[in-house]
Design a protein around this ligand. Structure first.
Ligand code: NAD
Length: 472
């Protein structure tokens, strides 16, 4: 049991003002594996005051010294990486086959990059009689989801520390344990008191109190579009900076000249990874009508080859959904898809045999999907892939862009030139060509209702920077 009864505020573990503890379940077993405090507005107040108090000295700390703390944190995380990965597998359900590399090593690489980028804070640009200098935004609140919990936390924390900001972190209630482990690492590296503060608790209470707090200069939120809108509304009266990283319904455009077997295989695996609980998942596969029947066969065969099961089994590709609520949402959408007239190729709402305990969902494919159907327009956040035929590339691009979201996209084509030509036409913050890898040095974020900020890379640092022009 990971039993946490205290919050990390002002460099020390303190008893929460809020009463009660929230249980954390292992979604594979439905057993409690931990507890964290249910903080409230008084804990937020204490944490924000601590962050405010620590800000002037931290902002004035040389960037090279801040970079040293980032490196020390990276060393801690590397040394305790297996422990972190095991914890995330236990609280999220992501199989061990993926958890260390995707949930720990990837964000660790991004963290290290910010030790290098911290030096940018010292750069001064001369424009005529002005010196343009960079300064940290101030006190930042981070509100995070549960699906890639450490990735989301470090995507905000690393640039904030590099810039010289102080922070208050609110993890998701489903997966808070990784944040407590990270706080232990922060304590171990001796980060100055008040620079990092951790308050767990419900979004509507702790998240809302952070978003509206007048002494918080910036709120960086990752989560659903609905909650993001509420955070922006709560933040508006104090005119704080708001960075939103929201949902998606991304398309994979497979061109007529693509290697169909490779493209379909990639597309199916992309959606089934983390049981579909990936904001960038390419959940709409756009296929040339001339090759549609062949693609359906390939997709069904690929899906059948992916093992659903215990996340501790090294052969499992998919684990359980993160929570009972998420499982219900996914099954509701599958029923909606059938009512809308989409053709269920495999999967569905049945309980997978032998997996009666745990929040397991069968990987599901829908064919004959019209892009205007709800299952093609709304984020399901589960292992559900819509296969949509198109007549020509003009229509394919139009279908890809016919979405309220614009987080990610993919193109698979026979030549790099053709793929790049298509990628440029897609209204999304990311595009993955022919199965290219995620890049922690490049900016990440969404168009349209997928958000308004960028994380990772230099653009991720810019989110935490104020620009001052000094005329001389
Ligand atoms: P969610 O919106 O339910 O919760 C996210 C966080 O917001 C949680 O910590 C929650 O407690 C908090 N919260 C909820 N209501 C709040 C309120 N009124 N005020 C302040 N805080 C509040 O999302 P989730 O179910 O945890 O995560 C899944 C969603 O996150 C999906 O939509 C997914 O696409 C999105 N996501 C986006 C990205 C991205 O980078 N764009 C990355 C991962 C996940």
């Amino acid at each position: 049991m990971h039993k946490h009864t205290q919050l990390y505020i002002d460099g020390t573990w303190v008893a929460p003002a809020g009463s009660g503890l929230a249980e954390v379940l292992n979604p594979a077993t439905e057993q409690a594996i931990g507890q964290v405090p249910l903080g409230d507005e008084r804990d937020v107040e204490r944490a924000v005051q601590a962050a405010r108090g620590a800000f002037p000295a931290w902002a004035a700390t040389p960037a090279s010294v801040r970079a040293g703390y980032i490196q020390a944190l990276a060393a801690q995380l590397e040394a305790r990486g297996d422990e972190m990965a095991a914890l995330i597998t236990a609280e999220l359900g992501m199989p061990v086959q993926w958890c260390r590399s995707i949930q720990v090593d990837g964000p660790l690489e991004g963290l290290r990059h910010y030790a290098e980028l911290a030096a940018l804070m010292d750069e001064v640009r001369e424009v005529g009689n002005s010196l343009v200098i960079r300064e940290p935004v101030g006190v930042c609140a981070f509100i995070n989801p549960w699906n890639y919990p450490l990735h989301q936390l470090l995507g905000k924390l690393a640039p904030a520390l590099a810039a010289g900001c102080t922070v208050v972190v609110k993890p998701s209630q489903e997966t808070p344990l990784h944040a407590f482990l990270l706080a232990q690492m922060i304590e171990a590296i001796g980060l100055p008191a008040g620079v990092f503060n951790l308050v767990s608790g419900p979004g509507a209470k702790v998240g809302e109190a952070l978003a509206k707090h007048p002494l918080v200069d910036m709120v960086s939120f990752t989560g659903s579009t609905g909650a993001g809108v509420r955070v922006a509304q709560a933040a508006a009266p104090s005119v704080k900076r708001v960075c939103l990283e929201l949902g998606g319904k991304s398309a994979l455009l497979i061109a007529e000249d693509a290697d169909l077997a490779a493209a379909v295989r990639y597309g199916v695996q992309d959606v089934m990874l983390n049981s579909g609980q990936t904001c960038t998942a390419l959940t709409r596969m756009l296929l040339p009508a001339s090759r549609y029947a062949e693609a359906l066969e390939l997709a069904v065969a690929e899906t059948a080859s992916l093992r659903l099961g215990d996340p501790l089994d090294p052969e499992s590709f998919l684990g359980p959904m993160c929570s009972a609520g998420q499982l219900r949402t996914v099954r509701d959408y599958i029923r909606i898809g059938e009512e809308e007239g989409a053709r269920l190729l495999c999967g569905g709402v049945a309980v997978p045999s032998g997996l009666e305990r745990g929040f397991y969902q069968l990987p599901t494919l829908f064919a004959d999907v019209d892009n205007r159907m709800r299952i093609a327009q709304e984020e399901i956040f589960g292992p559900v892939l819509c296969l949509i035929p198109y007549a020509d590339e003009v229509q394919a691009v139009q279908l890809a862009n016919d979405s309220p979201f614009g987080l990610s996209s993919g193109v698979w084509a026979g030549t790099p030139e053709r793929a790049l030509g298509l990628a440029r036409q897609l209204r999304a913050g990311q595009c993955f060509i022919n199965g290219a890898a995620f890049n922690y040095r490049a900016p990440f974020g969404g168009y349209k209702q997928s958000g308004n900020g960028r994380e990772w890379g230099e653009e991720g640092l810019a989110e935490f920077v104020e620009i001052k022009a000094v005329q001389c």
